[in-house]
Design a protein around this ligand. Sequence first.
Ligand code: CAA
Length: 261
Amino acid sequence: MTDSSFIRWEVTDRVATVTIDRQKKLNALNPDVIQELGAAFESLRSDDEVLGVILTGAGEKAFVAGADIGVLAEMDPATGVEVSRQGQSVFRAIETFPKPVLAAVGGYALGGGCELALACHLRIASENARFGLPEVGLGIIPGYGGTIRMARLVGLGRAIEMTLTGEMIDADRAREFGLVNSVVPRDELDEAAGKLMGTIVSNGPVALKWALESVYNALDSTTEEAQRFESSLFGLLAATDDMREGMHAFMEKRKAQFKGE
Ligand code: CAA
């Protein structure tokens, strides 16, 4: 178990579970929480023992209820840009993390909390989860990448509706939108997240890393560029021991033992 003031993580079966713990404020993100979150992912990036990350919030009520409104209330134009850039940069580090990151959302994921879930590669929600971008009700807009990632994930019409109404949607609607991959009872969330991540990290680590890179690269490329990038990575995988192991294991009818090289 590793602890800082607001972030703790533990590793089980080569999967790190990172918990945002500021329960009194429903895990709202102030600059210290975001800085510690960034530092946690920085450590996990180079930890060879860790193959994937589950990100969650402490307590039954919230994943993260947004950026800290007390901090936002004090901002001026210059500090406003800094607040936004700090969140954007840490969330981008999560999106470009070289190992799969799964958000386990138990309760409210609002504003910056919803944006944090969007920056993860996959999302699984409890039945009591609520998603929303309530920023316009505070006279601001989503500032941690939400105006970019929501439309990519759920489509323009749904993203515009969520962004302009500020209304929350429940877990079932979020699944219908494609905002979450699955919905489970609250007391099964941790187990379901562990099971899904267990399935993912049983695959080749280099393949997982480059699959993510290829998918996300395609979002900002032309089809031609994205195809060239995909075929380069596909070719490079032929240089890995993992590729030989994966294919030999299939032919020998046994489970592959990947080494991540
Ligand atoms: N920032 C600061 N404090 C927050 C917070 C937030 N985003 N969300 C909740 N809290 C605090 C409350 O102020 C309260 O603190 P006190 O006990 O000291 O008064 C505590 O957490 C518990 O919250 P509530 O009493 O409000 O709990 P509730 O069950 O009645 O309501 C809720 C829950 C619907 C989530 C409600 O707390 C709420 O609407 N929170 C704000 C959600 C929001 O607007 N988020 C977007 C923030 S802006 C943003 O994120 C900008 C960005 O993109 C960068």
